[in-house]
Write a protein that binds this ligand. Sequence first.
Ligand code: ATP
Ligand code: MG
Length: 470
Amino acid sequence: MIKKLIRKILGTKDKTAKARDTNTPVILGPDAHGIDPKLLSSNAVRVTSTLQEAGFEAFVVGGAVRDLLLGVKPKDFDIATNATPEQVRKLFRRAFIIGKRFQIVHVMFGQDLLEVTTFRGTTLDNAPKDDHGRVLRDNTFGSQAEDAVRRDFTINAMYYNPANQQVLDYHGGIEDIRAKTLRIIGQPEARYREDPVRMLRVVRFAAKLKFTIEPVTAAPIPVMASLIDNVPPARVFDEMLKLLMSGHALACLQQLRKEGLHHGLLPLLDVVLEQPLGFKFVTLALDSTDSRIAAGKTVSPGFLFASLLWHQVLEKWTAYRAAGEQTIPALHLAADDVLDSQTEKLALQRKIGTDMRDIWSMQPRFERRTGKSPYKLLEHLRFRAGYDFLLLRCASGEIDAELGEWWTAFYEGDEATREDLIATAGQSSSATGGAASKRKRAPRRGGRSKGPAEAAEGGAPGTGGNGGGE
Ligand code: ATP
Ligand code: MG
């Protein structure tokens, strides 16, 4: 009664939590939820049954249940239990307790990794927080109902027990799945303050699942977006990577822009979403990444980030050359600048940075089509990624399509064809364009590509790079 009165006065109690008892789950049997048990991984069942046989409760939880309900095979399985991390660890041969902020157990079967978490408690009052209210550490355990409250969105807070095939739904997740709605659990402002990454997550899910973000959940995002600045860069980077590798990268970035999440937040997104010149290039890169993921192919993060930042590199490369630097050193300086500015905020991992640099620095080498140069380039460890990148540049109209076609023929051709190609390249007057050929180089035997051929937007027909390296 008093609670009701307070709510009325504050006018807070949202339309988010409909009047429902969130301590008692709605229980759905197989006929009601329609999950196909064949979509379940045998290892997930192995983990839940081992825990249950040892006397604990254990459920598949989170994104896996959401995907099962949508009829999609989950890419990984999370398990929730009332066993403590130590109790879980003892039950499996290869199990490791990890994590600081939340302790979880990694259970391994061969290459397959399952995350097992102990039900979390709801009391965050005493949990250590940063100056902005972000929860830093929290290992208090609780009941399943409390665990459900702590999850981010209603559709991510359901529990599936493979043993009796029941789904336990505490927050109306089923209804929201059916209505294709993303709804945060609890009071949105408070939940985003506790963990600002939830703002990126909701955008990713909306774009990936083609769900609508319910208005109360969406409203605070543009206002609170800057809180993401206080999140450790490595975590933001992980979330960005998930977003870009979701198979719906393009849709995700468009949604980020729509929710007002890109502005001044991550330098990477500013660059990507607001560069008019690189827009076509980035769109092609993301599109081909999405297609590769749809086709079950791998995508290298290095290739992806190299694409996203290429036009920033191009701009700086041109500036350094205009200031008198030679082509190759100028490219390295441009790469340094771009990597430095991104590393600070995004915690680009060293390996990814190295891959990006490799891909970029290969680009001028594609213009040398005489003598031994093309053969040497072909042997480069990352040739395939560099070549795919070149094709993207052609497809976006940045450089002449002829260069990409030449390299495709060279790459696929036999020895005689290659010799021919090298001979004809000598006579070809193709302007392979781009910044690289602007500088006049010392004459070489057989001549070479020439002319500035400034980034001719929309010029060349696409040659269809696959965008991901191999
Ligand atoms: P994906 O398909 O990307 O794996 P997911 O929902 O499984 O989606 P995970 O990051 O694997 O996402 O998290 C597993 C579950 O843990 C989520 O479904 C959600 O219940 C909970 N969770 C993850 N991150 C948060 C968060 N920041 N705040 C609250 N709950 C979270
Ligand atoms: Mg998951």
